[in-house]
Ligand binder design. Structure first.
Ligand code: AP5
Ligand code: MG
Length: 190
């Protein structure tokens, strides 16, 4: 199996690249943000709980997020050549839970690919997307900057978890979507 994590701040292009990589390498793309948005759309209890955090740009509690992610992996293991995780793990407990989950399935993370994009570029991209996304967390610059700060304060250190085991690779996330896709593919094929 190939199990990838796409890592990086909000708006860095994780979702855009994950869709392309999933198709190219025949992996299942799992975005915890997309899963939460689907639950919110369907107004499930999980969606209603998640909404109170997401609308402010804050992280949904670990136990909720880990449970949802574990279910998704359980449902699909054996059906695909691997997974591409987008927006998960975002905290050290999430990284530890993912390690355990994959070990139980006799597999592991292959590589973590991080997209480096500066804050001002991110704010510009997300405000542009806000015109069409309908995402409450895209529309307000204060919330976008809060998401970026939460990334710096709560998520960025997850990189160390994977640096310790030599699985972390950072790439420039500024450039054309195609050029970044080529760089990611080259890194995966190494
Ligand atoms: P999530 O959905 O994961 O959002 P995010 O990390 O904030 O990132 P985005 O989806 O906004 O950006 P992206 O990196 O996918 O970039 P994209 O490809 O869209 O999470 C949302 C919320 O859910 C969180 O805040 C939290 O509340 C909750 N949540 C989710 N996971 C959680 C977890 N594990 N634990 C706790 N809570 C969790 O690109 C962005 C834009 O830029 C697009 O418009 C795109 O077209 C454009 N673009 C892409 N690439 C380029 C490029 N190269 N050049 C120019 N523009 C580009
Ligand atoms: Mg995304």
């Amino acid at each position: 199996m190939i199990n990838l994590i796409l890592f990086g701040p909000p708006g860095s292009g994780k979702g855009t690249q994950a869709v392309k990589l999933a198709e190219h390498f025949n992996l299942l793309h799992i975005s915890t943000g997309d899963l939460f948005r689907n639950e919110m759309k369907n107004e499930t209890p999980l969606g209603l709980e998640a909404k109170s955090y997401i609308s402010k740009g804050e992280l949904v509690p670990d136990e909720v997020t880990i449970g949802m992610l574990s279910n998704k992996v359980d449902e699909n293991i054996g059906k695909v050549d691997g997974f591409i995780f987008d927006g998960f793990p975002r905290t050290e407990p999430q990284a530890e839970a993912l390690d355990k989950l994959l070990t139980l399935k006799n597999t592991e993370i292959t590589k973590v690919l991080a997209l480096d994009v500066p804050e001002e570029e991110i704010v510009g991209r997300i405000l542009e997307r806000a015109k069409t996304s309908g995402r409450a967390d895209d529309a307000d610059e204060t919330i976008i900057r809060n998401r970026f700060n939460i990334y710096l304060n709560e998520t960025a250190q997850v990189a160390d978890h994977y640096k310790k085991v030599d699985k972390f690779v950072a790439l420039d996330g500024v450039g054309t979507i195609e050029s970044i896709f080529e760089a990611l593919k080259a890194e995966i094929e190494k």
